[in-house]
Write a protein that binds this ligand. Structure first.
Ligand code: BG6
Length: 506
């Protein structure tokens, strides 16, 4: 399966800090291999791994070959192409936290590029967040921030508003904003981008996409896996910082934003920031009644969060959070957005459900419990990617019974067009110098500004409720109760949802 649009290839040398880490082997190398296989990379490209482990170039190539075999889908593996790909890999053993080691990196880059002042550099920070503030400063000391170098930084960008502002200041002292790519891989997902096409390339939805017709919106991104081996990172970060402040709020922005004046980096990102700036500030009442946090607990032989590796037995880190948020502007005033994320839930699914208002009165006969629902539009980001519209239809036969039915589109109906990996899309955009799908400094700060009072509230109220939910359940029951005031409920897709499942909850 191939992606269709080919772009002009651009020369680059990508330097990956954290080269022996999880992200590199699971996401970055497979994504770069995918681009290479699709003939989307300039023939002279190089990838330089940076890490503390001692590898020669050859040993690093051999190690990455093994990882590719594990993390690239079987049908995409081609031995000859993999060998060609890894020949572009190099390695520098150094401590990224130590300024004294950076001349080593400079030397290696001079050797690879044959340039005294290496150009077309692209730094990827796949390291623990504690290094995000140090690496750019060290790069500057050896002038590696020059010649249009770009830097990609993983999330979470900052730990709270203040640390995000401090990081932004550090980055601004080393790079121009045009050189900084803050990555949020949800924006690289084809189905997330399609929300924009669905809304702005069709004119039938736009007139009803507002408070006059929409009752409420759900945004769900849940997973069946627990935190696995990531306890060291996750504990103290929690679901709010890991998923909500970035991924979920991006999905809210895509759903709620105004059409950009032009579809380019500034046009799109201006509208995202406007959504964040319009979020209704959270109050004490919200903290107590419209935020539910939970932590998974043991169910049978499936361990609870506090039993996971590198997690303290008294941890109060949330692995689940559900919130009601509001957007104060003409389009959305009064329409609640319910958002939730959680680990160790019954299935992995990311979707947006737009609930339209009920008809003014029920004209057709129906038996209680069997009456048609209000219209619902489900945008399934993953898996079983697609869009479903629910509407009422007359049951064939005598009488005039009406029931809800689905009209659906799924991406697999597009035949051999591949959905493409989010990281591959974003890495290619960065190589091309397209910042549209990367987060701008003002958006990061605006999002933190919105969540800061909640983080402060939890800090000041250590005994604020943290509900336990058994592994494999849909989270604390309180998250349902939270929606009662709007007569709303969560749409829970069926268990064990797979790519081939239909929308079985409907
Ligand atoms: C990451 C989070 O950003 O997104 C993880 O750190 C989470 O905790 C992951 O599992 C989910 O991404 P995806 O693309 O698998 O839905």
């Amino acid at each position: 399966m191939v992606r269709q649009d080919k772009k002009n290839k651009q020369p680059f040398t990508m330097i990956i800090f954290g080269a022996s880490g999880d992200l590199t082997k699971r996401k970055l190398m497979p994504a770069l291999y995918e681009l290479f296989k699709d003939d989307r990379l300039d023939s002279g490209f190089s990838i330089v791994g940076v890490g503390r482990s001692e590898y020669s170039d050859e040993a690093f190539q051999a190690y990455q070959t093994e990882q590719l075999k594990e993390f690239v889908a079987d049908e995409e593996q081609d031995k000859t192409l993999m060998n060609e790909f890894v020949n572009h890999l190099h390695y520098v053993a150094m401590d990224s936290a130590n300024a004294d080691d950076y001349p080593l990196l400079l030397e290696k880059l001079q050797e690879i590029t044959g340039e005294k002042q290496p150009s077309h550099l692209l730094f990827y920070l796949a390291t623990p967040p504690s290094l995000y503030g140090k690496i750019p400063l060290h790069l500057k000391e050896v002038n590696l921030n020059q010649s249009g170098a770009r830097i990609i930084v993983e999330k979470p960008f900052g730990y709270d508003l203040q640390s995000a502002q401090e990081l932004n200041e550090i980055y601004a002292s080393v790079f121009e904003e045009e050189q900084i790519y803050r990555i949020d891989h949800f924006l690289g997902k084809e189905t997330a981008q399609n929300i924009l096409a669905f809304r702005f390339a069709n004119c039938i939805f736009e007139p009803i996409w507002n408070r006059n017709y929409i009752d409420y919106v759900e945004v769900t991104a849940v997973e069946s896996l627990g935190i696995e081996k990531r306890g060291g990172f996750y504990d103290g970060v929690g679901a709010l910082r890991d998923m909500v402040q970035n991924h979920l709020i991006q999905l809210v922005a895509l759903t709620a934003m105004e059409p950009p004046v032009r579809f380019n980096a500034d046009g799109f990102r201006n509208e995202v920031v406007k959504v964040y700036d319009s979020l209704r500030p959270l109050t004490d009442e919200d903290f107590e009644e419209h935020v539910v946090r939970g932590q998974y607990i043991r169910e049978g032989n499936k361990p609870g969060y506090r039993e996971e590796e590198n997690v303290p037995s008294t941890s109060r880190t949330e692995t689940y959070i559900a919130m009601k948020i509001g957007i104060e502007n003409w389009r959305w005033s009064g329409v609640p957005f319910y958002i939730r994320t959680g680990k160790a839930l019954p299935t992995k699914v990311t979707e947006i459900v737009v609930h339209f208002k009920k008809t003014p009165y029920q004209m057709f006969q129906c038996n209680e419990g069997d009456c048609p629902d209000a219209n619902k539009l489900i945008i399934r980001i993953q898996p079983n990617e697609g869009i479903v519209l629910r509407f009422g239809m007359k049951k064939p036969g005598t009488g005039f019974d009406v029931k809800s039915v689905s009209m659906d589109f799924t991406y697999d109906k597009l035949g051999d067009v591949s959905i493409g990996d989010a990281y591959a899309r974003l890495l290619e955009d960065c190589i091309q110098g397209d910042q549209t799908l990367f987060t701008r400094s003002d958006a990061v700060e605006s999002s933190w500004r919105f969540f800061a009072p909640l983080l402060d509230y939890w800090k000041e109220n250590e005994d604020a409720p943290l509900y336990g939910y058994p592994v494999g359940t849909w989270g604390p029951l309180e998250s349902e109760a939270m929606m009662n005031d709007h007569d709303a409920t969560w749409t829970n897709p069926c268990k064990n949802l797979t790519n081939t499942d239909q929308y079985c909850e409907l």
